[in-house]
Write a protein that binds this ligand. Sequence first.
Ligand code: HEM
Length: 432
Amino acid sequence: MRLTVPSGLPDADLTAVDLFDPELYATGDPHPLWLAMRERAPVLRQTLPDGRGFASVTRHADVRAVLRDHTRFTSRRGTLLSILGSDDPAGDKMMAASDPPVHTRMRLPLNSVLSFAALRSREPGIRDVVRRLLAPLAAGEPWDLAVAGAGFPMAFTGALMGLPEADWPELTRLTTMAVAPQDPMFGAEADDGSLVAAHHELFEYFAGQVQARGERDDLVGFLKRMDAGGRPLRLDEIVYNCYSLLLGANVTTPHAIAGTVQGFIDFPDEYPRLDGDPDRTTLAIEEGLRWASPANHFMRYAVADTELSGEPVRAGEAVVAWLGSANRDERVFDDPYRFDVARRPNRHVAFGTGVHYCVGAPLARVALRSLFGEVVDLVERFHPAGPPEHLKSNFVAGVRSMPVTAELRPGAADLLATATAGAGPLPELPAR
Ligand code: HEM
């Protein structure tokens, strides 16, 4: 999805808005529509040709209200447009598709293993991976940040879950296929076929992982042992949550990286402002998360008749919260279409809000800080080496190709050359 200033005017025609169409995010630009919707139609309804309908909210306040208030808006029936209208089979079995108190029983134990404190010890390992990831930059050739970055989350989430490195490229492909089944790069069959095939393979893979394990000191082992409110999780619950954890990490983090680098390229005065200062890098990462908003939407169903921005919402209606729009809301962000590495405050909702606030946010932040800490040490400036290709998905705002070159700082090429010695480069996304 395009990330910068809207390419159209705010007087866009709102009668024909199609936010469901994945092509809008691949070759179009939702930003002028969102801008107009925030202004003129804060709750906008759309009916698909097959009769399924949903209401969209685009203002920061409404997006927060929908995501936060589980008493008014339930997650149990599913949270993604891809399953609009059919109840999610993972309802009440997977954190993301449940409400308190069922949600709380699964979530509380996981909060502790995925906290900053628990993850700090992993930072040196992640830094090693980051140098292997960045090593190809030393050659000075165009480097596809989207392809290389796609494999990065496996190196921290896959490692945390104890999944064998040989499986990482295929798991990366399957998780992307599960969220972008219409993208020609990942969709093997007709839309639904790809989604079903990806789900089937991932569930089967995790069932095998869970059943094959004895006592293991990794996240899969933790899910097997943990006390979920007085009982252990059942096999289907473990499998659904493994799927959700891996998907949550794989389909978002690479696009946060790409979006941040895109910001550095489009606003060339910003990257030099980091000046090697870790605190500034931390702020820049938050701005990169706002800018990229890799999770583009989450959905809920209204539990009872209610209202949003003064507009009535009917019981049972699907309501889609567009995070990418909320993160450009001029009511909350000064100069929202400016990428500002020192933005403060930055009340972005890239990780959501409320009880479902991303459980992987500390892990993502540790990984992004490791990555951009290294980048700032090694890279003087990024240059585009070709136009980015945007992912065809209404859920993930991201790129499937983003060629760049990097001007390196003195001595960086030697550091990168030693990074791969012994370990070799990171596995990349397999070409289809
Ligand atoms: C930049 C990276 C990431 C972004 C932008 C992101 C975004 C989000 C958002 C917006 C939600 C809220 C969903 C909702 O309200 O329904 C969420 C939830 C979730 N995320 Fe992330 N995420 C990221 C990284 C990760 C990582 C690294 C993991 C795995 C370790 C992960 C696993 C999950 C899970 C399991 C949930 C559901 C939590 C719950 O329902 O309580 N995410 N994520």
